[in-house]
Design a protein around this ligand. Structure first.
Ligand code: GUN
Length: 300
């Protein structure tokens, strides 16, 4: 078998970000500067790192970023009020509420409060529903990034059997919808699935998004499979802490034709597609405003 390809997410993310940066410059020349607002409730250290990276990347692309950090005791009503103000602000094109939220705040109520046109995470039910109907909506960033890597590696995905391990709203379910839209035969495996390993061994494409370190090894894989590892798990091995995926890469490399590493695989793609969603949202809002102004003029 040929030497397996280790898919470099940093290179792919740089391609996407380069295109976003170019398109942002074109928009700015037309007088519109895309703007992303990020709300962080509480002081979860991992969330703080994610938000800092999102804000930095936005600045690198020429996208304005507004960061709203509030304490962990902030009420749900106050978070909803912040969203309402941002929804009304025509200069803000994208709104992201970093998850997880503190326990006293109902995540689904908060996500539903975001204007679907500004929902750059693709978590609002209008966008979730649109995606499940195969419509061109704002789709969640991590699965969109995985699709980019798959197309870049394989080209056309039509007819391939794709197995998604994990059924989360953020990754597993939208990933399955995007693979279906790309004409794959899709199976979702989850914690209650029987014969998971046997089913996974039939897959041409495996997307592991389960949050269990090193769960998938060579025994789960068909020779020549392509593996996208979404897991980011911190483990302690031999007295030192390190990041690993849901896939045991060393073992998987004996079987796969291509695989994403952890770190440096899917991770950089999530932020790149957040920037692309912000740009898309800004373009769509600018176009729909121009249309409604034109129709007002034709009535008056
Ligand atoms: N927390 C972990 N991943 C995500 C994500 O993709 N979006 C948001 N808003 N919060 C997250």
């Amino acid at each position: 078998m040929n030497c397996p390809l280790v898919i470099d997410g940093k290179i792919a993310a740089a391609e996407v970000l380069g295109q976003v940066k170019h398109d942002v410059e074109v928009m700015k020349a037309d007088g519109v500067r895309p703007c992303l607002a990020v709300i962080l409730v509480g002081d979860d250290p991992a969330s703080e790192v994610y938000v800092r990276n999102k804000v930095l990347r936005a600045e690198e692309c020429g996208i304005t970023s507004l960061e709203y950090k509030v304490g962990s005791d902030t009420s749900q009503a106050h978070v909803l009020h912040m969203i309402e103000v941002l929804n009304e602000d025509a200069a803000v094109h994208g709104i992201l509420v970093q998850l997880p939220l503190p326990k006293h705040i109902d995540e689904s109520v908060v996500l539903q409060a975001i204007n679907p046109q500004k929902d750059v995470d693709g978590f609002h039910s209008e966008n979730v529903g649109g995606l499940s109907q195969g419509l061109d909506v704002l789709a969640p960033c991590t699965p969109t990034g995985c699709m980019y890597l798959l197309h870049k590696t394989l080209g056309d995905l039509s007819g391939k059997h794709a197995v998604v391990i994990g059924r989360s709203n953020i990754v597993g379910k939208p990933m399955a919808a995007l693979l279906l839209k790309a004409n794959c035969t899709v199976t979702i495996l989850h914690s209650r699935s029987e014969r998971a390993e046997t089913i996974c061994r039939q897959a041409d494409i495996v997307v592991a998004a389960v949050g269990r370190p090193l769960m998938v090894d060579a025994d789960w894989l068909k020779p020549g499979a392509i593996v996208i590892d979404v897991g980011i798990n911190r483990i302690n091995a031999g007295g030192r802490s390190r990041l690993v995926g849901d896939v045991d890469m060393e073992s998987a490399l004996t079987k796969v034709s291509a695989i994403t590493p952890v770190p440096g695989g899917v991770g950089p793609m999530t932020i790149a597609f957040l920037m692309r969603n912000t740009l898309t949202a800004a373009k769509q809002q600018t176009q729909s405003r121009a249309k409604s102004e034109a129709s007002c003029l034709s009535i008056s």
